[in-house]
Design a protein around this ligand. Sequence first.
Ligand code: PGA
Length: 241
Amino acid sequence: MPRRMLIAGNWKMHGLRADLGFFDSLAAPAARSNAEVLICPPATLLAAAAERCAGTDILLGGQDCHTNATGAHTGDVSAPMLKDAGARYVILGHSERRSDHAESSELVCAKADAALAAGLTPIICVGETLEQREAGEAFDVVGAQLSASLPAGAGTEFVIAYEPVWAIGTGLTASAEDVARMHAFIRTRLSKPASTRVIYGGSVKPGNAAELMALDDVDGALVGGASLDIDAFAAIIATAG
Ligand code: PGA
C-alpha cells in the first residue's frame, strides 16, 4: 500500500478559543485532499477543537505527553488525557522540547511507548543543529537520535519528522537534495521502511512545499508558522495531492 501523505500543523504555544473558526475554514481543504490533515493545537484547545472538527476530515494531535498515564506530575499532560480530549497523534521530541526542556532521546522513546499504549500515533522529531551540519555530523546525529528515540515493539506505528533545527522558524529550508538524502537515510534505519511515513519540517511554506512534497521519500510535512494562517496551510495541503 502506498504511504498516505500527512500534513500536520504544529501550533506550538499559539491559539485561543477565539481562533477555533480556523477549523471551519480548514474543513473544505481537508475534505478535498487525499492527505491526512492534522492540527496539533495547544492542549487547552484540544477538546473544543475536537467538537468543532466532528464530522470533518481534520485530525487532531497533542504536542507532547508525559511518560506516565496518571500521577503526581504538576503541569504535565498524559497520553490518555490527550486521547480523551480527541487527539489521534502526538508530536514527541520536537527540538524546542529537546532544548527548552532538555529532553533526551531516551525520554522521547519512553513517551512514544506511553503514546502507543494510549492508542496515539507518535510523530517523533529528529534533526541536527547548524553547527552539527557544518561539522559534517548531520547523519550521525540523526542516526543516533533514531536509535535512541524509536519505540521497539513489533507492530508499532509511528511517524518520523525530520526537522533540521536551523530551518525551524528561520525561513531557511534545507535544499531538496539535502532533504531527499536525509529522508532516504532515515528510511534505511526503519524496521518497517515501506510503511513508515517520514515527513519534513522546517519553514515549510506554500512557496517551497510542492518541491519538497514531490520527493520520493517525503511523506508529508510538519508545519509550524504557516499552519497558523489558513490560506498558507490550505495551499500547503493542496501540494500533497
Ligand atoms: P516552522 O516550524 O514551520 O515554523 O519552521 C516547524 C516546526 O517546528 O515543526
